[in-house]
Design a protein. Structure first.
Lengths: 191, 191
C-alpha cells in the first residue's frame, strides 16, 4: 500500500467551508429554540447546495443566545470519519474559547439539524453542554437517506438528562427532514 | 465573555506530541494481539510521564500488522474534548491514507490501552475497522481514576460484532491498569 511509505501524521487539520463565515452573524442574539435549530438546518441545506459535505449542520450557542461555533458535515471533503457537523462545532468552538469544556464557565446549547449519531451523541457528554436542541429524528435520517445513526443506549435522552443535559427535539422537524429529500435528489453519498 | 470577540474558527488543528515519532517503527510488523496492545499501553504510559495528556494510547494497524497511525489523549493540552487517543489515531490515520474509511481497501485493527468511552465507541463504527483490541476494562478506568466512560448500549460488544467489528479484550490488562495507578500517583486531572 503506497500510502504507508509516508511518515506518521502528527498534525490533524480540519477546515470548514469558506461560505460559512457569511452565514454567521456573531452579534445576533438567537432567542428561542426554533431560531437556533432553523439556522442549523440552513447550514445543512447550504452544505448540500454548495457540495461541501453531507446534509447536516450544527451550532453551539452561549447562554445569551449568541453563536460560539458552527459546523457542517465534512467527512468526504476532509477524508475524515470524525468530521460530522456536531464534532466540527465542538472542536472549532473549543478552539475559539481556548478550553476543552464549554460550560466550565457559563451555559451552552448545541443546536443540530438532526439527531446526533452514536459518535456525536457520545461526544456531547464531554463537550460541556447544558441543552441539546434537535431538528430531524433518527428515523427521518435513515428513512430518507442511506445514512446510519449507529447504536445508542436504550434510554439515550434519559442518559443525557441524568448528566445535566436537557434535550428538546422535533424542532422545525419538517424543514429538517426536507434537507434529506434535497440531498437524496442530488444522489449524495451516504457515510 | 471576551473570547467571543474573536472571529469564527474555520480551521481546527490538533497536534500529537513530538516524542511519538521516536516510539513508532513504521517498518516493523506487529504479530499477535498482545504486541499491538502493548505498544498502545506504552504510548499511554509515556504520555503520562511526559505530561503531554491523559493516560490513554491507541494505534491503527493494517492487515500486515504495520502501524498506520498512533494517538494519545490530548484533551487538556489541545483544549479539545474530542482529542481522545482513539480519535487522534482515527483522524491522523485517515489523513495519512487520504480516505475517510480505513477498510475501503484492506483490513484494519484498532489497538487501544483501555475500553473506548462512549464517543470513541461511536466513532469506531464509522472509522472503517475490522478488529478492536482492548487492554483495560471500563471498570479499571473508573476504579483507578476519576475518568468517566459514559453510557453505552447494553450489548456494546454485540453491536460492534453485528457490524463486522470483532472485539478482543483483557489483552495485557494488568499492564494497562498500571498506567492508571501511575497517573493517579501523579495526581493527573480527569476529563
Amino acid at each position: 500500500m503506497s500510502a504507508l511509505s509516508t511518515p506518521l501524521t502528527l498534525r490533524v487539520t480540519l477546515d470548514l467551508p469558506d461560505w460559512l463565515d457569511a452565514e454567521i452573524d456573531l452579534s445576533r442574539v438567537y432567542d428561542g429554540d426554533e431560531a437556533k435549530v432553523d439556522l442549523a438546518i440552513r447550514l445543512a441545506l447550504r452544505n448540500v447546495e454548495e457540495g461541501t459535505g453531507g446534509p447536516f449542520g450544527a451550532l453551539v450557542f452561549d447562554g445569551d443566545g449568541r453563536i460560539v461555533s458552527a459546523g457542517v458535515n465534512r467527512v468526504v471533503p476532509q477524508s475524515c470519519s470524525v468530521a460530522h457537523a456536531e464534532m466540527m462545532a465542538f472542536m472549532s468552538g473549543q478552539a475559539r474559547l481556548g478550553r476543552a469544556r464549554f460550560n466550565e464557565e457559563g451555559s451552552f446549547t448545541l443546536a443540530t439539524s438532526a439527531q446526533p449519531c452514536c459518535m456525536c451523541y457520545g461526544a456531547s457528554f464531554w463537550a460541556g453542554l447544558d441543552t441539546m436542541l434537535i431538528g430531524a429524528r433518527a428515523e427521518d435520517v435513515t428513512e430518507l437517506s442511506a445514512f446510519d445513526e449507529g447504536p445508542l443506549p436504550a434510554d439515550w435522552i434519559g442518559e443525557l438528562r441524568a448528566r445535566g443535559i436537557e434535550v428538546r427535539r422535533d424542532l422545525s422537524r419538517d424543514a429538517a427532514r426536507d434537507v434529506f429529500h434535497k440531498y437524496a435528489a442530488k444522489n449524495g453519498a451516504a457515510y
